[in-house]
Design a protein around this ligand. Structure first.
Ligand code: ATP
Ligand code: MG
Length: 510
């Protein structure tokens, strides 16, 4: 087990925000060189604790010591200088800057006459990205990348700091299976170098694969620290929620009804790209009362497919989309919403949340019309609906009037899901909806989806977690490099078969 001495001592740390105690008297010793996982429900206080360790939150009660010496960081720079860096749950990239500029932001490499040396930074960035087995060009603009790639830039940035202690706050939430194994390899290499890692994840398989010890937080309190070898995912989950989670049983088979959506030969051009197409000749049907899953690796075209159906594609798609038997081609999400199609996006920061608004407004922003008779916005009605939705999804908040940015990551995601549920869509598109959502809320969401389709709507969803698709979906389509390579019923589908179809054709091309 190596050196057992502790590198970080967290002593009686308490952190209060208006209306909530995010951390209450937390005491924990982190050992030199260990991979220590932090688990807990949405809003348990995981990110808050990590923000304190990394200098993001400078004011708190209690004490912090590194190698036995008391420390008090006034900012992230100080924490970085002391060897601690963090990869945030909510990405912090400057969208207008290149990958390389983001990696070295504030620590630009300078050469002759202290001039910024772009070439050196690009080379260094390329090396780091290569270490992550990632093919992003250092000069690529961060804002043009998908969430998964952006997350890799954050990781590269943390690697460039050469820290002794690395905090990863849900690093895999936007990664697909292949990228997760790539991240595992990176973590392995870091650990060989003796780096201590604090790792937050809602995924038990990850936690049990990587961690030596696991600390469970609940409502800001430290419940227990466990040795991985002496515990089980069941025990950890139980400690997290403090009750048994009912296993989700979709019970009776769902009955698929008439065709809601028919997609024929859908293609989405990709100007200037060697592949030429983000999507090519995709055809399928969605029926009433069914959940259709879309599987595929990152870049396979899952998000693009949903965006085409929602009128949010970057280019006009080719081919034909029929909704309730009528040919449609939405030019704007507004038109899709009006026709009863809703999309819950994967990237809540960029497309989903209105940071300047409070929780209630974020939930009701799409249903204002419904709440208002004769063009008036009925505040009371709006608030009642938002309250009902928030409690249905168990959004943890100091109140609907709290700023949405004060919510934990998972609770922000719940707000966006709630917003679209309120619009009562006929076709609901969900792009990786449970990203960052805890086990209890996941089960609740699965139940909601099941209820919705039994009421006669159709759902298309993607997920970065295959087991989730296998639980929720009636049928699963697999995309590989923009083409449909397989279609399985729930009975036929296995992780193995899906992975094979998802990598079909990729190897020969490379
Ligand atoms: N800046 C803030 N202002 C007010 N309240 C906050 C702020 N940051 C966090 N909180 C509250 O503190 C509590 C803990 O939040 P935290 O982000 O640490 O949770 P978490 O365990 O990381 O959850 P998740 O799994 O959803 O990411 C939540 O109730 C949250 O609403
Ligand atoms: Mg968090």
């Amino acid at each position: 087990m190596g050196d057992q001495s502790s590198i970080i001592s967290i002593r009686s740390i308490t952190k209060r925000f208006p209306g909530v105690t995010a951390l209450a008297d937390v005491t924990l010793e982190v050992r030199q060189g260990e991979l220590h996982a932090i688990c807990g429900e949405n809003g348990a206080g995981k990110s808050t604790l990590m923000k304190i360790l990394s200098g993001v939150i400078p004011d708190f009660d209690g004490e912090l010591a590194l190698d036995g010496k008391p420390v008090r960081f006034k900012g992230t720079r100080e924490a970085e200088a002391a060897g601690i860096s963090i990869i945030h749950q909510e990405l912090n990239l400057v969208e207008q800057l290149s990958a390389a500029a983001n990696i070295f932001l504030g620590r630009e490499i300078r050469g002759w006459l202290a001039l910024r040396d772009d070439r050196a930074m690009e080379l260094a960035a390329a090396r780091l990205l290569k270490e992550l087995e990632c093919d992003i060009h250092p000069r690529q603009i961060a804002g043009s990348l998908r969430v998964g790639d952006q997350q890799l830039i954050e990781i590269a940035k943390a690697l460039s700091l050469q820290s002794d202690i690395l905090i990863m706050d849900e690093p895999t939430s936007a990664l697909t299976e292949a990228e997760v194994s790539r991240l595992y390899r990176v973590i392995e290499r870091l650990r060989k170098r003796g780096v201590t890692i604090l790792y937050i994840s809602h995924k038990m398989d990850e936690v049990f694969h990587l961690a030596e010890r696991i600390t469970v937080l609940r409502d800001g309190r430290l419940v227990k620290t466990l040795d991985r070898m002496a515990t089980s995912p069941q025990e950890v989950t139980h400690l997290m929620v403090g009750r048994e989670i009912e296993s989700i049983d979709f019970g009776s088979q769902r009955q698929a009804g008439e065709v809601l959506l028919r997609v024929q030969q859908l293609s989405l051009p990709w100007p200037g790209h060697a592949r030429g197409w983000r999507l090519k000749d995709v055809s399928f049907e969605l029926r009433r009362g069914e959940v259709l899953g879309i599987a595929g690796l990152m870049g396979a075209g899952r998000t693009e497919l949903l965006e085409c159906l929602f009128g949010a594609a970057t280019e006009p798609p080719q081919g034909r989309i029929e909704l309730y038997g009528k040919t449609v081609m939405f030019r704007h999400p507004r038109e899709a919403c009006a026709a009863g199609v809703s999309l819950v996006t994967e990237d809540r920061k960029r497309l989903g949340l209105f940071a300047a608004m409070n929780v209630g407004e974020n939930i009701s922003i799409c249903t204002l019309k419904q709440a208002g008779a004769a063009g008036f916005i009925n505040r009371t009605r709006e608030w009642q609906m938002a309250t009902a939705t928030a409690s249905r999804l168990a959004v943890k908040t100091a109140g609907l009037a709290a700023p949405v940015t004060s919510l934990s990551g998972g609770n922000q995601q719940k707000c966006i899901i709630g917003r679209w549920l309120q619009t009562q869509p006929r076709v609901l598109l969900l792009d990786d909806p449970t990203r960052g959502v805890d086990v209890g809320a996941k089960a609740e969401l699965y139940r909601l989806i099941d209820g919705l389709v039994r009421d006669g709507i159709g759902v298309i969803m993607t997920s970065s977690e295959l087991p989730e698709l296998l639980t929720v979906c009636d049928r699963i389509l697999v995309l590989s490099e923009g083409r449909l390579t397989a279609s399985f019923t729930r009975a036929e589908a296995t992780e193995q078969k899906i992975m094979e179809a998802a990598t079909l054709g990729i190897r020969n091309a490379g």
